[in-house]
Design a protein around this ligand. Structure first.
Ligand code: ATP
Ligand code: MG
Length: 379
């Protein structure tokens, strides 16, 4: 039996295992270190992870994303309605819980978010078992700091339905801090003043900040704040909104009326965003997007920054709150550690660095720090 650590992200899931005196990240059946957090339903079978991603564009109505954010909520919860904006499948009230209605094996079926997470975790379990060649039972799973008791309970239920034994749930930023504390060998001693680190995690849908004090063998989370509706997907949506207007004017097509064209533009916008993290300009080109029209445009990094300007203005809110809650000033912070895919965006880095008046640190693995922290906690 082996224990694994799971970072069930909104966009992708990362799995850690303690092995050879260190932590390894497990690669899936197509050698990726992160597996799409997606479940798809078809006339003959179910698709989980990579397989769900492969059929996504051709089966949008029956492919479900973001179910981690639905788990343990009622359908009436206003947040569920926000999730519908990011989902191509139809969310519904399934047995009093937030769920989804899809066509599966030729029939209309409803599944609760707990069932969706359970299906997905069963895949993560088999991915891990296949790679480490041992059965998997014990797991540590990370959840956002803002998860309520009922969300946590639903996550634990889902793990049990998947045949896993959850040893505990860990808050995302606590997992990151734990990994930091274990791997840094130069922490202050008990007599010295602690090292104060701000951890910033910006993923696909969440933005979390924590202030943590470290001394050798001691970790003290002073404050955690978040914006639970702020992440890469908000940037992608802002870009697609812009392109939808541009394509209507330039190419006379309205992607807002065509879910497949919208989804293809969304995928292209996400790719564009990533290319612009490393280059000053990037092309966006989609063949036969709608009505046989090919779209082509070139975007400069400054153009993208302009398109997401209102989002950038929200960046400092959780940072101000976290310092206020911890009763600290920017000068008290020794280092700012960045994790999560979105912390690669240059303007985000610049804005946060300006807020603290010092350079940011990238000493942790941005994609895998949470999975590693969960795994450390059980190693
Ligand atoms: P969450 O933590 O919100 O539940 P997640 O853990 O799945 O989601 P991450 O894997 O941390 O999210 O980050 C994914 C996001 O980061 C996506 O929006 C993706 O487009 C974005 N991203 C990844 N790499 C880059 C890059 N090089 N430049 C810009 N954005 C990037
Ligand atoms: Mg994440």
């Amino acid at each position: 039996m082996s224990v694994i650590g799971i970072d069930l992200g909104t966009q992708s899931t990362k799995i850690g295992v303690a092995r050879n005196k260190g932590i390894d990240i497990i690669t899936n059946e197509v050698s990726n270190r992160a597996t799409p957090t997606l479940v798809g339903f078809g006339p003959k079978s179910r698709y989980l992870g990579e397989a769900a991603k492969t059929q996504e564009i051709s089966n949008l109505k029956n492919t479900v994303s973001g179910f981690k954010r639905l788990v343990g909520r009622s359908f009436k919860d206003p947040d569920v309605h926000i999730e519908q904006e990011y989902n191509t499948s139809t969310l519904c009230d399934a047995n009093g819980q937030a769920g989804v209605e899809v066509s599966y094996l030729g029939k209309k079926e409803q599944f609760t978010a707990t069932q969706l997470v359970a299906m997905y975790l069963s895949k993560i379990k088999s991915t891990a078992a296949r790679e480490i060649k041992l059965p998997i039972s014990d797991v540590v799973i990370s959840v956002p700091a803002w998860f309520t008791d009922s969300q946590r309970r639903a996550m634990l239920d889902a793990a049990e339905i998947a045949g896993l034994r959850p040893l505990r749930l860990m808050n995302d930023t606590t997992a990151i801090a734990l990994g930091y504390g274990i791997t840094k060998l130069d922490l202050p001693t008990a007599e010295e003043s602690p090292r104060r680190v701000v951890f910033v995690d910006m993923g696909h849908s969440n933005y979390t900040c924590s202030v943590v004090e470290f001394r050798k063998g001691e970790l003290n989370v002073k404050a955690t704040t978040y914006d639970r509706h702020f992440g890469g997907r908000n940037f992608d949506k802002a870009l697609v909104d812009h392109f939808a207007d541009e394509f209507k004017e330039k190419f006379k097509i309205d992607i807002r009326t065509n879910p497949k064209a919208w989804a293809r533009t969304l995928a292209a916008a996400e790719k564009l965003k990533k290319v612009l993290s490393a280059n000053p300009v990037a092309p966006l080109s989609i063949e036969s997007l709608m009505n046989d029209v090919d779209v082509r445009t070139v975007i400069k990094r400054e153009d993208m920054e302009e398109m997401v300007r209102p989002l950038l203005e929200q960046l400092s809110v959780p940072l101000e709150q976290v310092l206020a809650e911890a009763k600290l000033k920017v000068e008290d912070i020794d280092s700012i550690e960045m994790v999560g895919g979105c912390t690669r965006v240059p303007i985000i880095k610049e804005t946060i660095s300006k807020f603290f008046g010092k350079p940011l640190s990238f000493t942790l693995n941005q994609d895998e720090a949470i999975a590693r922290g969960c795994t450390f906690s059980c190693a």
